[in-house]
Design a binder for this molecule. Structure first.
Ligand code: NAP
Length: 306
């Protein structure tokens, strides 16, 4: 029987692991395949306190993992396939085995949302992407488009200017949701052109990949084909909670409901990070709630005959 099993290896999971390991609980972290979580796909982190010079997302995640391992956390690169919550002995099955745990910390994060337009599926991975950091370098001296008006879209757009000759940002409204500093950087960039009040109707392409993006202006219904060879979708996320359907209380968008101390609706099961937060969704808030979840798990074990 494990004391603490942590599902998910992003900033919330690794911070929970660090705190649980330092509390002598020998946590097991089931990281799944996206090791380091979404942050490991982010190019540059400028707002994690303590790193005034900024650092790469992968680098930050490596450091968090090493720090947790230094105190005895065990990383298992296993994918969780099902869970059965039973206070006292929660069961977690993975693609490689089964664990029983007194407490569970869920930190499975969230995944990028897609547009659901013709061509998106067909060309996913062949011109359609949700990760400029991963795929941006393929677009040297080529034209690309980004969809979205939040910080992610600005970040993707700005990152793509390193390679692409032209970046369109397509946003459905006339006002951005992104933070002021990111807006200013994107609005001032000579390679970026904004297409306001517009949506993507279709991704156009041939066998080799994307050849264009069909954009419609909402007010006029005017349709234009951009000769973009890449489309980066940055329209937000959905929580990774399919595993927990019907087993924990979630809100109408599927985010796990926690109280102010990271308790879920099941005793001994805690949650931290983006899987339970659709408001802040920052590396530092994920780390904070991961820390709180581990401290609550420690308290729960002590109070329930650890
Ligand atoms: P977000 O803030 O929720 O923005 C999503 C954007 O996509 C919005 O502009 C939204 O339009 C648009 N959108 C949603 N569904 C759409 C659809 N079906 N078709 C077209 N457009 C659609 O998400 P995010 O940009 O991923 O940011 C999430 C959080 O992470 C935020 O708290 C953000 O501050 C943070 N973040 C921070 C940084 C940074 O600090 N460097 C970087 C990335 C993310 P509307 O505006 O019309 O709703």
């Amino acid at each position: 029987m494990e004391q603490v099993v942590i599902i998910g290896g992003g900033p919330a999971g690794y911070t929970a692991a660090l705190y649980a390991a330092r509390a002598n609980l020998s946590p097991v972290v089931l990281t799944g395949s996206t090791i380091g979580g979404q942050l490991s796909l982010t190019s540059e982190i400028e707002n994690f306190p303590g790193f005034p010079e900024s650092l790469g997302g992968m680098d930050l995640m490596d450091r968090m993992r090493q720090q947790a391992e230094r105190f005895g956390a065990v990383m298992k690169y296993e994918e969780v396939t099902s869970v059965d919550f039973d206070p006292g002995a929660h069961r977690i099955r993975t693609d490689q085995g089964e664990y029983t745990a007194k407490t569970v910390v869920i930190s499975t994060g969230s995944s990028p949302r897609l547009l659901d337009v013709p061509g998106e599926d067909t060309f996913f991975g062949r011109g359609v992407s949700t990760c400029a950091t991963c795929d941006g370098a393929f677009y040297r001296d080529r034209k690309v488009a980004v969809v979205g008006g939040g910080d992610s879209a600005m970040e993707e757009g700005l990152f793509l200017t390193r390679f692409a000759s032209q970046v369109w940002i397509i946003h459905r409204r006339h006002e951005l949701r992104a933070s002021r500093i990111m807006q200013e950087r994107a609005l001032e960039h000579p390679k970026i052109t904004f297409l306001w009040g517009s949506v993507v109707d279709e991704v156009l392409g041939e066998a080799a990949g994307v050849t264009g993006v069909r954009v419609r202006e909402l007010e006029t219904d005017r349709v234009d084909d951009l000769d973009a060879e890449g489309l980066f979708i940055a329209i937000g996320h959905t929580p990774n909670t399919a595993l927990f359907e019907g087993k924990l209380d979630v809100d109408e968008q599927g985010y796990i409901l926690t109280d102010r101390r990271q308790h879920t609706s099941v005793p001994g099961v805690f949650a931290g990070g983006d899987v339970q937060d659709h408001v802040y969704r920052q590396a530092v808030t994920a780390a904070g709630t991961g820390c709180a979840a581990a401290m609550e798990a420690e308290k729960y074990i002590a109070e329930n005959g650890g």
